[in-house]
Design a protein around this ligand. Structure first.
Ligand code: NAD
Length: 398
């Protein structure tokens, strides 16, 4: 079989010769008891770069020993890209949300052999899920592999935005010492109302992590959490996103991108937020309206916006989120720490082993199967597509 794997570029100066840590902490299980990936073997060193082209997700030896062809590229945008050409006769495609190969309906229809699209990570909105259903292409992701990585990033971003860390760090780095400049936008998180849009694996973990900061916690989700968890964390459940954002000082977005959540944070919803709130989005860029976010930061309706997800990706150099005031954006990194890479590389291998050996893939990993939303996909997604506009990624200049 032919496996096409789209990965991000290597570091500019080549692969690292060494890493800060010599080993990763050992994790036994995910917080809800789900087991970590269970491939029969791995051919990589956990803690090394695996998500870039030379890292190969540690898959080459395994695939070639089984007689498969592996094509790896970072060239993914536009009709003339390597990925667009190679997809035509590929059986399996692997892509990552950090450097998404936008699998539009047009590409899916061209890929006559395609059976399986694997997201090496979580969030499969870069695949036109409706087209995958219509063309009987299964879609799977490595559920839980980086959910905790992201919730750590959310905590970092809430604290850094509310306390205004970026500004203070810039003053220290530039040789300054004006304390008044450094603190004129700096607050404590203690006592604030913090709400998450969606309390799935990431949202719930973010709530749990913010609890010790003596905050008031809120959530909105289409599935209500068990009463025991609501009691344990003293959560306020909201029937609508509008009701939640009206009372929160900090809102964090943790739902997948699908037709119901696309453009959810538009001018109107942002206008219903508490004046001066902070918005943290590590879910997907398209859940927020690009211009409405920039305008709200300029007017002061939002005091800060941070996250690591953009649309499209890579974001064009002139994307307004790069230059708007009071933002704390990173490129899409929260779910691809070296720790997370080891888990999603192992999970990708587990999925491929199941696929080749005709063993069922864990239901938790399924997004689309046999033309329908399935497993985690049936729980967390709605039918339809969210890939429109992705051609703009071609405008990014290295
Ligand atoms: P999850 O499936 O455990 O949780 C998703 C939650 O969203 C579910 O509780 C679901 O009920 C809720 N939801 C879905 N549609 C909703 C709607 N319309 N309104 C309210 N709630 C809704 O997934 P997770 O592991 O928590 O990940 C969530 C999302 O975070 C992913 O789909 C992905 O887009 C994003 N993510 C980003 C990164 C990153 O690196 N920045 C990494 C992993 C995941």
């Amino acid at each position: 079989m032919k496996i096409l794997c789209v990965l991000y570029d290597d570091p500019k100066d080549g692969m690292p010769k060494n890493y800060p840590l010599s080993e990763l902490p050992e994790l036994k299980k995910y917080p809800d008891g789900m087991t970590l990936p269970t491939p029969k073997a791995i051919d990589f060193t956990p803690g090394e770069l695996l998500g870039c082209v030379s890292g190969e997700l540690g898959l080459r030896k395994f695939l070639e020993e089984r007689g498969h062809t592996l094509v790896i590229t970072s060239d993914k945008d536009g009709d003339n890209s390597v990925a667009a050409k190679e997809i035509v006769d590929a059986d399996v495609v692997i892509s990552q949300p950090f450097w998404p190969f936008y699998l539009t309906r047009e590409l899916i229809e061209k890929a006559r052999n395609l059976k399986l699209a694997i997201t090496a990570g979580i969030g499969s909105d870069h695949v036109d899920l409706q087209a995958a259903m219509d063309n009987k292409v299964d879609v799977v992701e490595v559920t839980y592999c980086n959910s905790i990585s992201v919730s750590e990033h959310i905590v970092m971003m809430i604290l850094s935005m509310v306390r205004d860390y970026h500004n203070q760090h810039a003053i220290a780095k530039s040789g300054g010492w004006n304390i008044a400049d450094a603190v004129q936008r700096s607050y404590d998180v203690e006592g604030m109302h913090i709400g998450t849009v969606a309390a799935g694996r990431i949202g719930l973990s973010a709530l749990r992590k913010m609890k010790p900061f003596e905050t008031h916690l809120h959530y909105f989700d289409r599935h209500r959490l068990p009463e025991s968890i609501e009691k344990e964390l003293d959560l306020t459940f909201h029937e609508s996103v509008e009701s939640m954002v009206a009372v929160c000082d900090v809102v964090t977005i943790n739902c997948p991108l699908h037709p119901e959540t696309e453009n959810m944070f538009d001018k109107e919803l942002i206008g219903k937020m508490k004046k001066g709130a902070y918005l943290i989005n590590t879910a997907r860029g398209k859940i927020c309206n690009r211009e409405a976010i920039a305008d709200a930061l300029k007017s002061g309706q939002l005091s800060g916006y941070a996250g690591d997800v953009w649309f499209p990706q890579p974001a064009p150099n002139d994307h307004v989120w790069r230059t708007m005031p009071n933002h704390g954006m990173t490129p899409h990194t929260s779910g691809t720490s070296l720790s997370a890479q080891a888990r999603y590389a192992a999970g990708t291998r587990e999925i491929l082993e199941c696929f080749f050996d005709d063993v069922p893939i864990r239901a938790q990993y399924l997004i689309v199967q046999n033309g329908e939303l399935a497993g985690a996909g049936a729980h967390s997604y709605s039918k339809g597509t969210a890939t429109s506009g992705s051609e703009e990624a071609e405008r990014y200049k290295k």
